[in-house]
Design a protein around this ligand. Structure first.
Ligand SMILES: Cc1cc2nc3c(=O)[nH]c(=O)nc-3n(C[C@H](O)[C@H](O)[C@H](O)COP(=O)(O)OP(=O)(O)OC[C@H]3O[C@@H](n4cnc5c(N)ncnc54)[C@H](O)[C@@H]3O)c2cc1C
Length: 431
């Protein structure tokens, strides 16, 4: 009997967990990912703020799947899908599938704010975080040479938009970097001119957490030197300023946008039905309407009956459910709905400061901080990565110095994009 072919697009938390659940099963799996590595997204902010080296929060996908003989991997960005004929195009080669799992994650959402897309930095990928690191350090280099005070203040004003988990973590770590480490690197700069602002349109930070934890978070950020500005909706971003709904204008050279996420524009092009947030609408079994052989999982999926947070545990559980449902379909059984188990949420703010909400337990301060470190270290793939990260954390903790204060030029990667795929003749078409 011909083996059924499952194609998985995206090897983030959702795609990788689906691939693993299909590992050594009777089907043939083709995993396609834009990069040849899996990114541990929850540590991106620490790369962006000079705490961790980029290599230490990613892991080779080939290494992760090498024990599964039925999984093949291709590094490529999928641009074309023909759902009607069950074909995807990878680097110009057409590949047929029996089942498809879409796990391409999300992109930043700018809510139509003029200039936000053009003039903001985002934190969604490893290259984004290296970009931010380069940009932050470059601002200090320029500010050091600037004699005009107003220009210097503009260079040294760092605005983070969005008071959700990513915005809070980024703001806390940035303030720690600036006032703890960079103040020693630039002894001639007047650090009273530096501002780290966290703008949030709502009444409290971390709106998904209990109010007590939101209030604690705001207090801790103020102590670190972050100006937390609530009820501050951004209405425009230019190269040199942020404009707010209440007519305030903040002159600044740096805007880091963490205010929202949405599905990729490609989803509509592929003929998928999306919601207002541009996520693919799926049934509780994670199947895409009208295409029972197609599943959407992780950040890009929107369940028709309930809203789930866009976090890694949801993506992992959805990936496993989609894989199990495909195995059921192959056996002629009905797919099962997702039974999501909420494992709680946690956010790190700074040294000995974090919040955690797990079941009925609400933790703040040192216990939450320690728990955050332990869980993130345990979940990071690769023992060598864990060792590197532990050493870097120890370095920052004991020496109060962020070790990776380097500006790297990023050469174009275009030359790598059309590399012929060595094993395509084996994955193209069916025997
Ligand atoms: C800065 C930041 C911090 C976060 N911190 C936490 C946290 O502490 N805890 C938590 O639970 N969640 C956290 N999240 C959310 C969590 O990272 C996401 O919910 C999770 O990554 C979603 O998993 P996913 O598999 O859907 O997408 P992703 O992990 O984003 O993976 C998508 C993959 O698809 C690939 N891809 C995309 N398009 C294509 C294409 N066309 N062709 C081929 N490949 C493609 C991408 O390269 C990527 O590898 C954080 C998110 C961010 C941005």
């Amino acid at each position: 009997m011909t083996r059924q072919r499952v194609v998985i697009i995206g090897a983030g938390f959702a795609g990788l967990s689906a691939a693993r659940a299909l590992g050594n099963s009777p089907c043939e799996v083709l995993l396609v990912n834009r990069e040849n590595y899996h990114t541990f997204v929850p540590l991106l902010h620490q790369v962006a703020t000079c705490g961790l080296a980029p290599e230490h929060i990613v892991y080779s996908i080939r290494n992760l799947i090498k024990k599964y003989s039925n999984i093949k991997f291709v590094t490529s960005e999928v641009d074309k899908i023909d759902l009607g004929n069950k074909i995807i195009e990878v680097n110009g080669v057409l590949i047929t599938y029996d089942y498809l799992i879409l796990a391409c994650g999300s992109t930043s959402r700018f809510f139509g704010v003029p200039g936000a897309y053009e003039h903001s930095l985002t934190l969604k990928s490893l290259s984004n975080s290296v970009n931010i690191r380069n940009h932050l350090l470059h601002c200090f280099e320029v500010a050091q040479e600037e004699v005009r005070v107003s220009r210097q203040q503009q260079q040294l004003t760092f605005t983070i938009v969005g008071g959700g988990a990513t915005g809070v973590e980024m703001a806390g770590e940035l303030a720690t970097l600036v006032y703890g480490t960079l103040s020693k690197d630039y002894p001639n700069l007047d650090f009273r001119r530096v501002r780290v602002l966290l703008l949030h349109s709502g009444e409290r930070l971390l709106p998904d957490m209990p109010t007590r934890l939101s209030n604690y978070t705001a207090r801790q950020l103020w102590q670190l030197g972050v100006e937390v500005q609530l009820n501050s909706r951004v209405t425009g971003v230019t190269e040199n300023a942020v404009h707010l709904e209440d007519s305030r204008v903040i002159p600044c050279h740096t805007v880091i946008w963490t205010a929202g996420v949405e599905g990729d524009n490609k989803l509509n092009k592929w003929g998928l039905l999306t919601n207002r947030n541009n996520q693919v609408k799926v049934f509780s079994t994670l199947q895409v309407p009208e295409h029972p052989q197609v599943y959407a999982v992780g950040d890009l999926a929107a369940l028709h009956d309930k809203q789930l947070p866009m976090v890694a545990p949801v993506a992992i559980q959805q990936g496993i459910t989609a894989a199990n449902n495909i195995l059921r379909q192959i056996k002629g059984k009905n797919p099962q709905p997702l039974h999501y188990q909420h494992q709680g949420s946690m956010v790190i703010i700074g040294r000995h400061a974090a919040v955690a909400h797990i079941g009925k337990v609400k933790l703040t301060g040192f216990p939450a901080w320690l728990l955050w470190l332990v869980i993130h270290l345990a979940c990071l793939p690769g023992n060598l990565n864990r060792l590197h990260v532990l050493i870097s954390w120890g370095w920052i903790y004991f020496l109060r110095e962020h070790p990776i204060r380097l500006i790297f030029r990023q050469d174009s990667l275009a030359k790598y994009q059309d590399v012929p795929l060595p094993n395509l003749d084996r994955v193209q078409g069916k025997d």
